[in-house]
Design a protein around this ligand. Structure first.
Ligand code: SAM
Length: 370
């Protein structure tokens, strides 16, 4: 199977698909991965050295045409490089989500970044893959890029291209990830293939749950030269807050112990919070190394999470190599931005085990592109 991963980051989705392929005795070829951050493509290259092409460039350089229009020069070049039309089986991507994210209260819903969502649909028009997966934050559903919103627009256009399309919000804590991160998944499969609805049903029936102890219990006292394991440093006031939480066996910091500017009613309860062993963690962001950024205090220790712990909570196996990151901040961003691989594993294991992927035929050019 040949894969194209756009907005690929370090390759969380790719890793999940690779794991699903391995478990189903299928060979996966990474034909193209694109991200415009060199930090991301360096990490991707380190972890997927056999990928045929990893491009540090904007996705718009590969797919720059309007939906429904004839292929542009750049798009014809992309398609030619990737082989015959229909030579790509799987197209996946997680366009950036700052525009829709609830964590970014100050950005309006109408944001240029939201339009990048539709680059995935354009890539589907050009490549005619058998399966398309677009990952995003749940708030993408509230996007109003056009009057219609990007999700409805994507669904409608993929339908016109003869895909069956379903989209759901999935919480990764039902997929065996020790984290309550919720993601919006749009899944499209060519008509005649496994219907996306049955993929989501399969995932729902095969729930796997893990708590924080399962994910990071063994890392509490890991020390070593690996920068991933370096404990984050805290300022005196945060050290004092953590001491108070441990001594009082508390998990939420009372209002009067928070900084003055965080004492208002609007302040998030989870800020300065302590994690619980017997529950999944909250969403991991690039701020996992500071308790002032969310509930990131270790359950037993006077520190926030290490990069190693955050990567585990994001579902990454220890062999996944983040060492190409040039700084601690770059590593934190890479880990925080990543998609838990289990998401790709769940969707594609379900498709592969339904057994129909192997019989998928190359697609004929669609009317729009002929
Ligand atoms: C949410 S992360 C993707 C995570 C990734 N899909 C995974 O599986 O781990 C979004 C990525 O999109 C990249 N990006 C944002 N805008 C881009 C653009 N216009 N072209 C290429 N990459 C872009 C960012 O650098 C970032 O790595």
């Amino acid at each position: 199977m040949r894969l194209v991963d756009l907005f690929a980051g370090c390759g969380g989705i790719t890793l999940g698909i690779a794991q699903a392929a391995l478990a189903n005795d299928l060979a996966l070829e990474i034909a193209l991965a694109v991200d415009f951050e060199a930090e991301a493509t360096d990490a991707y290259r380190r972890n997927f050295p056999s990928a045929q092409r990893i491009a540090t460039a904007p996705v718009e350089e590969f797919f720059d045409g309007a939906l429904g229009s004839e292929a542009t020069l750049a798009e014809r070049r992309t398609a030619n490089e990737l082989g015959e039309r229909g030579a790509i089986d799987i197209l996946v991507g997680g366009p950036p989500c700052q525009g829709h994210s609830n964590l970014n209260n100050h950005t309006r819903r109408v944001d240029e970044k939201n339009a990048l969502y539709l680059r995935m649909v354009r890539a589907a028009e050009i490549l005619a893959p058998k399966v398309v997966l677009i990952e995003n934050v749940p708030a993408v559903l509230r996007d109003r890029h056009d009057v219609e919103g990007v999700v409805a627009r994507a669904e409608r256009r993929l339908g016109e291209l003869d895909y069956r399309v379903e989209h759901r919000v999935v919480s990764v804590d039902s997929l065996g990830v020790a984290q309550t991160r919720r993601r919006h998944i749009m899944l499209a499969t060519k008509r005649g293939e496994v219907a996306p609805a049955s993929v989501f049903e399969h995932i729902e029936r095969n729930e796997i749950r893990h708590d924080l102890e399962w994910a990071i219990g063994d890392l509490a006292h890991v020390v070593g030269d690996d920068p991933r394991d370096r404990p984050p440093q805290a300022k005196a006031d945060n050290l004092e807050r953590m001491r108070w939480l441990l001594e009082n066996d508390a998990y939420d910091l009372p209002n009067d112990r928070r900084p003055k500017c965080h004492q208002g009613a609007h302040s998030y309860k989870s800020m300065y919070g302590r994690l619980r062993w017997d529950q999944p963690a909250q969403t991991i962001t690039s701020g996992f190394g500071s308790i002032g950024q969310g509930r990131y205090m270790h359950p037993d220790l006077r520190r926030a999470l290490t990069a190693h712990e955050a990567a585990r909570i994001q579902g990454f196996p220890d062999y996944f190599d983040f060492s190409t990151c040039s700084t601690r901040a770059a590593m934190a961003t890479m880990i925080g931005n990543a998609v838990p691989p289990q998401l790709g594993t769940a969707v594609f294991s379900s498709l592969f085990s339904a057994g129909s992927f192997a019989k998928m035929e190359s697609e004929e050019p669609t009317a729009a592109m002929a």
